[in-house]
Design a protein around this ligand. Structure first.
Ligand code: ATP
Ligand code: MG
Length: 256
């Protein structure tokens, strides 16, 4: 089993962010984490990426228990970072290099100096940002910054890709490209989103976090989409009152 999350809880001070969360992920599985704002999706991805550590419960990656102590070993750290990459929800938190080229090259250079130029150009080309390679990243739009971060992570070809709302800033064409790219990729992917209509494009399995920050569904996304009660409970759909031809009525909304 590639990933084991066992009874994990996490709080920021008195603010609970994850409440007794457990699940397992096999190699090459495509998992979508769903939940409303504040349900703990980003916190969970940060734990999976070894940036935060559970207050209680355990996280195993490739049979190793991921703890501060385990990752303080340089070799363990490098091996873990090479195979487990997180795309942050906010691309600006990831960007710190003087040029787009350096930004994409940064991760690659940590592991090997071989073929860096080639890889940077190839991924910049795929994401349509080659013309910006010599520009400072802060000059780019939000979606363009997202593409730089995506290029930086995809170029590492990690075993596990953790993507936090990867399409939030992307235009429809790039979203389509990413969806197709991910569906053909052999890596394990765990993608957080609160867009249920996109979820079905990103994986077969869905894990839903409730507003109480615990898992209320883990199974086939197809079944989840039929399970109106769970969707309502997680507030992923809601009844919405609006005026239509001067009559008020309620219906279920999927916001997309
Ligand atoms: N750095 C932080 N300090 C304090 N509380 C935090 C911090 N980050 C998150 N939280 C709190 O933890 C809870 C879970 O937040 P998290 O960012 O994991 O949710 P999310 O599901 O990713 O939300 P969104 O859909 O808005 O991205 C929220 O109540 C949030 O206020
Ligand atoms: Mg988030």
């Amino acid at each position: 089993m590639l990933i084991k999350v066992e009874n994990v809880s996490y709080s920021y001070g008195s603010q609970k962010a994850l409440n007794n969360v457990s699940f397992r992920v096999r190699e090459a599985e495509k998992v979508v984490i769903l939940g409303v704002n504040g349900s703990g999706k980003s916190t969970l991805l940060k734990i999976l990426n070894g940036l935060l550590f559970p207050d209680s419960g355990d996280y195993y990656f490739d049979e190793n228990k991921i703890t501060k102590r385990f990752l303080s070993n340089k070799e363990n750290n490098l091996a873990f970072r090479k195979s487990n990459c997180l795309l942050f929800q906010d691309p600006t938190t990831m960007i710190f290099n003087p040029t787009v080229f350096d930004e994409i090259a940064f991760g690659l250079k940590q592991f090997s100096n071989n073929g860096v130029n080639f890889k940077v150009e190839r991924w910049a080309e795929k994401l349509g940002i080659k013309k910006y390679l010599n520009e400072p990243p802060f000059k780019l739009s939000g979606g363009e910054k997202q593409k730089v971060c995506l290029a930086a992570i995809l170029s590492l070809e990690p075993k596990v890709l953790l993507l936090d709302e990867p399409t939030a800033n992307l235009d429809p064409k790039t979203t389509g490209w990413l969806v197709d790219f991910l569906s053909e990729l052999n890596s394990t992917t765990i993608v957080a989103t609160n867009n249920i209509s996109l979820a079905i494009e990103l994986g077969e399995r869905g894990i839903v976090l409730s507003e109480q920050r615990s898992v209320i569904f883990d199974g086939k996304l197809e079944e989840l989409l039929e399970d109106k009660e769970t969707l309502m409970k997680a507030n992923l759909i809601h009844t919405h009152k609006h005026r239509n031809h001067s009559r008020n009525h309620y219906h279920i909304h999927y916001w997309d």
